[in-house]
Design a binder for this molecule. Sequence first.
Ligand code: BTN
Length: 324
Amino acid sequence: MNHRDRLLGFLKARQGSWVSGAWLSGELGVSRTAVSKHIRRLRETGYPIATATRKGYRLEGVPDLLEPAEIRDGLDTTILGRGEIHCLRVTDSTNRQAKILAQRGAPEGTLVLADRQTQGRGRMGRSWDSPPGGIFLSLVLRPILPPFEAPAITLLAGVAASETLVHLTGLDARIKWPNDILIKGRKIGGILTEISSEMDAIDHVVMGIGFNVNLTAEDLAPEVRPFATSVYIGAGREFSRVTLIQEFLKRFDRDYARFQTEGFSAVRQRWKALTDIIGRRVRVEMIGRVCEGVVADVDQEGVLILEDEVGAQCRVISGDVVYV
Ligand code: BTN
């Protein structure tokens, strides 16, 4: 841990109390000038730190800052977010940044976060509106799996995302196959999983997720407003993005480890308990064809099984689902 993060740790441990510069300088083994330089940087980052002569420094509160030190503090994972964490104030797309890092050899579990995206991407070439207050998160994964198993990572992330929302906010989050997280039929989150592979081996996967967290109705783009919602709108209060991210990472980390040995079966029953799609009549637009029918099941590989009036089955590996 670097000096800045250790200093922050000392202030947090004594939050609301004065900590002298002399004590900090002794603990860190750096000069008092270096301490005051770190304090200035922490303040610039957004930490409310009071200063008083002869008293020292006092941390007045911990803001909801997406900073590597905040994400690491209490993070309960084995792979995800254990190594590189990149927290960006603004970027084009965290998925794009994660992909660049992956191509340069970033290890499994590398995490990219942003406060805001200018070119957030959704599935099927759509854009993802990304104003401040949301969570925009991408992970570099390097699963040792055949490429055809990778799409189930979206379903796995959907389970972790929905369970995180239910657990922390009490909202009734539901999954719409394959990548939508809904509250009362309105979209609160979405997942975009992008794979880079050879015919028979995955090089890397970037799993990106966006959550509408502390957004008011006005923060949502007018064109998505009728179909979207946020944690703030649903629960009536703000939530810590850091806590939501840590909870999502913890849940996804556990399921991802099991997924690598058990496949989608590791979460299939939980996925089915979190969706309303089974038994619904849907139309699915796939590349080159359209299938319509009632959703009979989601199989052990995460494939959607539709059945038409005469009992003929259609297996949907990827596509856009519309309830009809
Ligand atoms: C969708 O619902 O179509 C998927 C939306 C995925 C959005 C997230 S936000 C973080 C990551 N970076 C992106 O550009 N997209 C994903």
